[in-house]
Each structure stands twice: as C-alpha cells, then as structure tokens.
Design a binder for this molecule. Structure first.
Ligand code: MSP
Length: 510
C-alpha cells in the first residue's frame, strides 16, 4: 500500500506582526512533512491564512482600505516569512480563495438541509479578537477566558450547529481513540472541562458585519469564522468537487498541528462538523506549547516582539529552526530569548556538530588525503557508536510518529556528542604516529564519517541547509533515508576545502 501523510498547520490570522512564536506551528509541521517525504511517504503539507471575520474587517476599516486589499498585502508578508524559513508547503490556502468559499457555502447548506444547522436567536457574549462565543459562566467578570480582554453582548438572529446532538458520540470517540488528542493532558482537559459538562449548540453565523462567506440561501448572514477556517483542511483537497483526487488520497489528515489555545476548536467543533458530514476524523490533533518570554506571551504590546526575519538575517535560518524545535519539549512551553538562541547555537550546532564535522574532515585530509574506506579493524571502542548508528533511524521514526521533535533532535545530537567522545577515546593523532596503526586509524575515521553521514541525513528534515552542506562536504550528495544506517563497505572522498558549519556567536556582553 502506498504510504501517505497529510499534515496541516493552523491557518494564520493575517497579521503584520508575526513573531518567532507564531513560526513554531509551521516549522514543526514543515520538519514532520520533510521527514515523511524523505522517508518515502506521499506527503501533503497544508498551511495558509484565515482571512475573514469582524477583527479583520475592523482593522481594514482603520487602515482605510477594503478588507481584501488589506489581507492581500499581509498574506504576501506571511509567504515571504515562510519562504525565509524554508517552509515546504504544498498549498497555501487562503479562506478568500474561490474554491474554498464555494465549498464552505456548500458545506453550510448541506448541514442545514440535513437539519444539523437550524435558525434561532443568539444572545450572549462575544470576544472579537478571539472570534469566540462565551456563556456568562465562562466569561467571568465580562472577560474572555482565553485572552482576558472584554467580551461584549450580542443579540442577533443566527444559525446554530447542533453540537449537543453529537456530544455522546464525540465523547465515546475520544475515549476509544486515546491518541486522537495529544498530549494526553489536553485530552483530559477537553473531556472534563468542556465535553462532559455538556455542549451547547454553537452559533455559526453572524449578521452584524459583512466580511465573511455569505450563507448561500440567506445572504444577510456570513458563516462563523471557525466553521469557515476549520473547513480549510478539506476544501484545500477539493472535498465535494469533481476534482477531489487529493481528498480521496489524503483525507483523513494524519495530524493537525495546533497551538494549545486552539485545541478546543479542533477537538470539539471540527470533529462534530466531520461527523455531521459523515467523514472520518483526523488521526491526531497535536496541541503544542508556546514559546514564551519569562513566562509571558510574545507580543508587540509587551515590547518583546521582533520580526523573526531579524534573527534569520543575524544568525541564519537553521539556528532559528533548530532553536524553536529543540526548545519546546513535547506539549510544553519553551522559553525564548536571544541569549538562549545564541547559547543553543554555540553549544549544539557549533560545538557539537560543527566541530565534529570539521575535526573529522581535517583528519581525513591530513592522514589520508581525504580518501577513507572501512578497513574493518574493529575494536571494542567502536561498539557503542556502531550500535547506535544502526538503530538511530528507527529510534527517530518512533519519536516522529509520537511528535516528539525536541526529543528526536536530542537523540541525534547525543550520537554526535558520542562521536566527539569517540575521537577523544580513540585518539587518532596518536594512532597516526604509528605506521602499524594506519589501518585502525582508517576504521576510526570511517566510523566517524558514517556517524556524520547518518546524522546529517536525518537532520535534513529539521535543519536542511546545514545538513545538505555537511553531506556535500563529506562527498555524499544522495542523502536518502534508506541509507540512514551503518554501511560496512562504503568509501569516502571528503572535500579538500572544508568550511565551518556554524560560526560561534559572541554573546552581546562577552
Ligand atoms: N486562525 C486561527 C487558526 C485557525 S485553524 C483552522 C489562529 N491563528 S493565529 O494566527 O492566532 O495562530 C496561529 C498559530 O500560531 C496557532 O497554532 C498558535 O498557537 C500559534 N502561536 C501563536 N503564538 C505562539 C507562541 N508564542 N508560541 C507558539 N505558538 C504560538 O489561531
């Protein structure tokens, strides 16, 4: 059977102020997509922008332009940022794309026709920045439980989605599919705090503003942004159209990557929409933690905001990718500071990886004019490293399937660290002094090059530019995942002109 992998990021609200935290959902999804692609999966990686809603309408009005004009400009900025980060998406969907608009209109109509959506009156509280409805009990003191800003009362004729009808089915589904919501703690939170206490029907249309997808049969109403936005995961694949090959091939998604604050939408509203449409649910929803600064959100108003491109320009794209991937452990928050970024780059990328590559290529050139083969003078000192190299790929596969990207990187770097230790233990410079030890010296260098090669192949998914650079320097351009294991009888011809992978960065006060 053909192996397929469908991965999505949240579609972003168009914002001119994307910060480094925003990049995390996209960098992690890109790394997972790259990994699966390299591993032979037919992969589809979707990202995009979530462009409708009252918030955008207001912002455009303040800027004195039409909403579409407003979002067009910002979307260009987002694409430019993803480009600078080396994001390899297959489609950048915009919720203003005509195919999406049309399919969302059809979804709404279908749900109405089959009585999963009905007309009523909405009276309650609304948080415009989060585009979220809240009940009196949820919005204590008139504040949005998510962002803490003021909610306001709205009362309007509206359409409702019958969440209550599907509550039991959803509860059972989550309980019988333990890996559907990751991490486990978020699953419990959803079940105990939201689903089990009872789901109220959800208001899925608005009449107080215009910037949205019109309800086809009642155009005074626009579709609620979350119904519009969540549908992107299937509209992008041509669901319900005559061009639905991608939908047939890729749905259900293997994983939706989402930040922890939007798990609720993805594990309650989205599955219920899918159940109502009689479609299978995604395999997994992964709610990742946030990058925070001393426990605080990153934001322009807190004065800790910087354009991520400033860091990319200053330190390079791979240090930025590596930092966010390594620093946010599975499901938890990670701390961001420029100092932490510099320390990570120096300790892992320059000292462990860069040094290993540089020392090994240097020795291969010095002792064997860059030509190395395995002379199989195996000694006990080689055992641990060789064993690790044989199992590394399977080990990383497992971490990736469990979305433990930080852990995966830790393990790869553990092998690189072990390789540096192997140099110290085998002391090639001493072997080089003794003519009778030359064959042993070749084996040592061969093992080191194998470690560098295998690690670089795997690292292509996370820090692609540097990993490809390493493979080129050791003369192995084809970094195929099938070859990510110890090969007994390979040969190496390393570059005569090695260059450092990463420059050590001085801390500003050093
Ligand atoms: N438009 C919705 C998603 C709709 S998906 C059908 C949205 N957009 S967003 O622009 O506000 O957020 C996009 C992603 O960025 C979310 O996954 C969010 O969690 C993530 N992040 C925003 N700030 C973040 C950090 N400081 N750290 C890590 N991720 C964070 O929500």
């Amino acid at each position: 059977m053909e192996k397929k992998y469908y991965i999505t990021t949240p579609i972003y609200y168009p914002s001119a102020n994307f910060h480094i935290g925003h990049c995390y959902s996209t960098i992690i999804a890109d790394s997972l997509a790259r990994y699966k692609r390299l591993d032979g999966y037919d992969t589809y990686f979707l990202t995009g922008s979530d462009e409708h809603g009252q918030k955008i309408e207001k912002k455009a009005e303040e800027a004195g332009v039409a909403p579409k004009e407003y979002v067009d400009k910002i979307v260009e900025n987002a694409k430019d940022l993803w480009n600078s980060l080396g994001i390899t998406y297959d489609r950048f969907i915009r919720t203003t794309d005509t195919d999406h608009v049309e399919i969302v209109g059809n979804i709404f109509k279908k749900l109405y026709d089959q009585d999963d959506i009905y007309k009523g009156t909405y009276k309650g509280l609304y948080c415009t920045p989060c585009e979220s409805f809240w009940t009196e009990t949820q919005a204590k003191d008139g504040k949005c439980p998510d962002c803490g800003r003021e909610v306001h009362e709205v009362s309007e004729e509206a359409y409702f989605l019958k969440l209550s009808k599907y509550q039991k089915r959803l509860e059972e589904y989550i309980e019988t599919h333990p890996s559907f919501i990751q991490p486990e703690s978020r699953k419990n939170e959803m079940l105990n705090n939201f689903i089990k206490p009872g789901l109220e029907d959800l208001c899925v249309s608005r009449t107080s503003f215009k910037w949205g997808i019109p309800v086809t049969f009642d155009p005074e109403h626009v579709v609620y942004v979350w119904l519009d936005a969540l549908s992107n995961y299937i509209t992008a694949l041509g669901y319900s159209t005559d061009k639905d090959e991608k939908f047939k091939k890729f749905w259900p998604a293997d994983v939706h990557i989402v930040g922890k604050e939007i798990v609720r939408f993805h594990t309650i509203i989205w599955p219920i929409i899918l159940m109502a449409l009689d479609l299978p649910l995604p395999e997994k929803v992964f709610g990742h933690g946030w990058l925070v600064i001393e426990g605080n959100k990153i934001s322009k108003s807190l004065g800790n905001y910087k354009d991520p491109r400033d860091y990319i320009d200053k330190y390079g794209v791979d240090p930025v990718r590596y930092f966010v991937l390594r620093e946010i452990p599975f499901g938890n928050d990670g701390n961001f500071s420029e100092e932490a970024l510099i320390n990570r780059t120096n300790s892992d990328l320059a000292n462990i990886w860069g040094n290993l590559v540089n020392r090994t290529i240097g020795m291969a050139n010095k002792y064997f004019e860059g030509q190395i083969e395995n002379t199989e003078q195996v000694e006990d000192a080689d055992k641990e490293l060789r064993e690790k190299l044989c199992t590394l790929k399977a080990n990383i596969d497992e971490k990736i399937d469990h979305l433990q990207v930080s852990k995966a990187l830790e393990e790869i770097f553990e092998v690189l660290r072990l390789s540096n230790k192997y140099i110290d233990d085998t002391a090639p410079w001493i072997l080089a002094k003794d003519e009778t030890k030359k064959t042993r010296l070749q084996t040592v260098l061969y093992n080191l090059l194998e470690a560098i090669r295998i690690a670089a192949i795997l690292l292509k998914a996370f820090v692609p530019t540097s990993a490809e650079d390493v493979l080129k320097q050791i003369g192995k351009n084809q970094g195929d995942f099938q070859n990510a294991t110890y090969i007994e009888n390979g040969t190496y011809s390393v570059t005569k002109e090695p260059h450092p992978l990463f420059q050590r960065i001085e801390l500003p006060n050093e």
